[in-house]
Design a protein around this ligand. Structure first.
Ligand code: TRP
Length: 338
């Protein structure tokens, strides 16, 4: 008997910045863990980034930075297919077919588009002011990313669940029309069982995010990382007083890099009092450095050696494309375009 084919997991990261600690703990690390049990396809959604990035040098830099980050964080490109969205042009062919299966009304309700419209309304502007067709169609392209690889599960953060639900809906509509000729796999989202624990706070205590300007870059050099940790907002609790780990940004940054026993130990020390915020900041910075110095060396190497990174992406792109073109071939035949 042959072993059953492994299920497919797929996720993408939009290259709109240099990855930060929140991206690592919330998305990259859980996806790498998931890849142990799945046939994984992870990609850099470079064309998606075009909805916001206008500088070609930046798009290139962020694309390489996200790719190098995946590898530096332990993704094994021999086992996981790592590729650029733009290296799979079949995605864009499928996107058209899928957009013909997509209800416009559903797109009007997409979170990102609705938020843009609400902001415009509040500002007294035309509803669609500054809204490109790229922003509007974003969820259809994402559905194509997912469906073109025949993904079963899509690890995403909460903010992306609606997009995966749209992909399901779109696949189901295709299947209603053509399922007797060819049925698309219907994907489902998975969010990490850790839930909120995977959302890191940033320097100001709000969710770490590039748009809040409160992020700690994942692979900044040791000195700048320590400086940023020192800038984390703390309250004026005196050194000798007990401190509450559960409301502390510093504890939240320590926890993902410590095992259960170490977390308990730090909780106890904070609650006992006698430990000042400065000491805690040093402890967090030391811990980050222990975990990140090895991966950072690999990241720097890949960012300097363009050929090495290109070779990894080219190999992944070829594997991804082979799979995508088989699926798009079946879709063409199903709709009557041989
Ligand atoms: N929209 C995702 C984000 O902003 C990125 C993305 C694009 C993606 N295509 C995808 C994620 C397909 C999962 C599957 O984070």
């Amino acid at each position: 008997m042959t072993a059953p084919a492994r299920r497919i997991s797929l996720t993408g990261i939009k290259p709109t910045g240099i990855p930060h600690l929140g991206n690592y703990v919330g998305a990259i690390r859980p996806a790498i863990e998931l890849a142990r049990d799945y046939d994984a396809f992870y990609f850099i959604a470079d064309y998606h980034a075009l909805t916001t990035i206008r500088d070609p040098g930046e798009l290139d830099l962020y694309t390489r930075s996200v790719a190098a980050t995946w590898v530096a964080c332990g993704l094994d490109p021999e086992r996981v297919t790592l590729y650029r969205q733009s290296d799979v042009p079949e995605t864009f062919e499928l996107q058209w077919v899928l957009s013909c299966m997509t209800a416009k009304g559903m797109m009007n309700r997409a979170h990102a588009y609705k938020a843009a419209r609400d902001r415009n309304r509040e500002a007294g502007l035309d509803e669609d002011d500054g809204v490109s067709m790229g922003l509007y169609n974003y969820p259809v392209l994402m559905a194509a990313d997912i469906i073109v690889m025949g993904a079963d599960v899509v690890p995403v953060g909460r903010d992306q669940i609606q997009h995966v639900e749209y992909a399901r809906d779109i696949a189901e509509r295709f299947n209603q029309a053509y399922g007797d000729r060819f049925a698309l796999p219907v994907p489902e989202h998975v969010t990490s069982s850790d839930g909120d624990r995977n959302t890191l706070p940033g320097l100001d205590g709000r969710k770490m995010s590039k748009s809040y300007d409160n992020a700690i870059p994942l692979f900044g050099d040791a000195r700048s990382t320590r400086k940023l940790v020192r800038r984390i907002t703390t309250d004026s609790t005196p050194v000798e007083d007990p401190k509450d780990p559960d409301s502390s940004t510093l504890f939240a940054l320590y926890a993902p890099f410590a095992d259960a026993a170490e977390q308990e130990e730090l909780r106890a020390r904070m609650r006992a009092g006698g430990m000042g915020w400065g000491t805690l900041k040093d402890l967090v910075a030391d811990r980050l450095e222990e975990h990140l110095s090895g991966p950072r060396a690999r990241y720097d190497e890949l960012m300097e050696d363009r050929a090495q990174l290109d070779a990894i992406l080219a190999a992944g792109g070829a594997r991804a494309r082979e799979r995508a073109s088989a699926l798009v071939g079946s879709v063409r035949a199903a709709v009557g375009i041989a």
